[in-house]
Design a protein around this ligand. Structure first.
Ligand code: SF4
Ligand code: SF4
Length: 391
């Protein structure tokens, strides 16, 4: 029998006013009509707390797109869960923020695409950056624990120092610098998002310097696993620490697990969270070590990384039960190396351009931004959802 999930990741909706090119939401998004009712979410939070879960991460899509977010926070807090809102900030104003604080919200994680407005808006696929900065100001004036999340990739990594200084001015308690992980829309845009080795190495040095300088702000750094020797312990191990519930109520061991064929994911409308966690075939499928192939089965690192990511194994190697292909011991590592070779051979300006090229005038920069926007696969929305106007 496994212990309780430490956290419930509640994907309240797949609707979002932004269209980020690195969004990890699935390509097939859940429609608004499929979303769980307030009552079912409240029951799920109560069941999670009874199971022994400590945290709920309210995420999406954009959770602020749900009109019942405040009652949901109140319900989660009343159940005894620590509540974290993961948001783009679009849809948050002073009144709504204070109602969330009054309902008992504990923490906000606000994401930024860049420090530079035009680049940030290009990545988000709409004009959002200025409003996010205003929202950060509002959050910093509340009692909430505040994390600024910076998503970094090939296009913005050369400005990391500037981006960290920007984040510092927003007065968070914590800064999370996360390299894009290649699932969902990010996998579609992988060739344009993956940084070069030089960029990754420089980013490590920049983060080390920032940690030294910013003693009062905690900095967490998620490096790109494609350049690692061993994989990350994805989700802390399959069905070991975390449970995801998607907008329609489907419970998954990982937000990307829906891509794996042959697994039956139960719905919280029909089964209790306890039964799903302890008994369901999908949660048991890759839990522990019995499923592991060689070289994981006899590897001494198997209790640290749990064989890596099952979704990545499926998406890259076509077999969810294979060793994560980013592992240097994997028989599929050559697939990752081939991608990295392509990336490192092509100069930055050749594939995605740069609005910051030396000597580039405004007109050229605008042209480059337009060309960029035409090349990205922007995340869509479930049908019938009004997005922010495109740039
Ligand atoms: S589009 Fe952007 S803001 Fe919206 S859910 Fe995806 S990553 Fe988050
Ligand atoms: S062989 Fe398996 S357990 Fe060993 S490091 Fe690679 S992924 Fe981890």
């Amino acid at each position: 029998m496994s212990t309780a999930p430490l956290a419930l990741i509640a994907e309240l909706t797949h609707r979002c006013p932004l269209r980020c090119v690195y969004c990890s939401n699935p390509l097939e998004l859940r429609a608004r009509s499929e979303e769980l009712s307030t009552e079912t979410w409240v029951r799920a939070f109560e069941e999670a707390a009874q199971l022994g879960t400590l945290h709920v991460h309210l995420t999406g899509g954009e959770p602020l797109a749900r009109g019942d977010l405040t009652p949901l926070v109140l319900a989660a807090r009343s159940a005894g869960l620590y509540t974290n809102l993961i948001t783009s900030g679009i849809g948050l104003n002073e009144k709504r923020l204070s109602s969330l604080v009054e309902a008992g919200l504990d923490h906000i994680q606000l994401s930024f695409q860049d420090a530079e407005e035009s680049s940030a808006d290009t990545i988000a696929g709409c004009s959002a950056h200025a409003q996010k900065v205003a929202v950060a100001q509002l959050i910093s004036e509340t009692r909430l624990a505040f994390t600024v999340n910076l998503v970094v990739h090939r296009r913005n990594l050369d400005r990391l120092e500037e981006i960290i200084s920007f984040a510092e001015r927003l007065r968070p308690h914590r800064i999370e610098i996360a390299h894009v992980q290649y699932y969902g829309w990010a996998l579609r845009n992988r060739e344009a998002l993956l940084p070069t080795l030089d960029q990754v190495q420089e980013s490590v040095a920049v983060v080390e310097r920032a940690k030294e300088r910013l003693k009062g702000i905690k900095i967490d750094f998620v490096t790109p696993d494609y350049y690692a020797t061993f994989p990350k312990p994805c989700m802390g191990g399959w069905a070991r620490l975390l449970m995801v519930v998607d907008p329609s109520g489907k419970a998954l061991p990982c937000h990307a697990a829906g891509v794996i064929p042959g697994l039956k994911f139960e719905n919280v409308k029909e089964k209790s969270l306890r039964w799903i966690w302890e008994e369901s075939s999908s949660f048991r499928r890759f839990r522990g070590e019995d499923w592991m192939p060689e070289p994981c089965r006899t590897c001494e690192r198997r209790t640290q990384d749990f064989g890596g990511c099952r979704c990545q194994a499926f998406l890259v190697a076509g077999d969810a039960a294979a060793t994560d292909p980013v592992c240097s011991l994997s028989p599929h590592r050559h697939l990752i190396d081939a991608v990295l070779k392509r990336i490192n051979l092509s100069p930055l300006s050749a594939d995605i351009g740069s609005s910051a090229e030396p000597g580039a005038g405004n007109v050229k920069a605008l042209d480059t931004d337009l060309a960029l926007r035409q090349r990205w696969a922007y995340r869509t929305n479930p049908a019938g959802v009004r997005e922010r106007p495109e740039l």
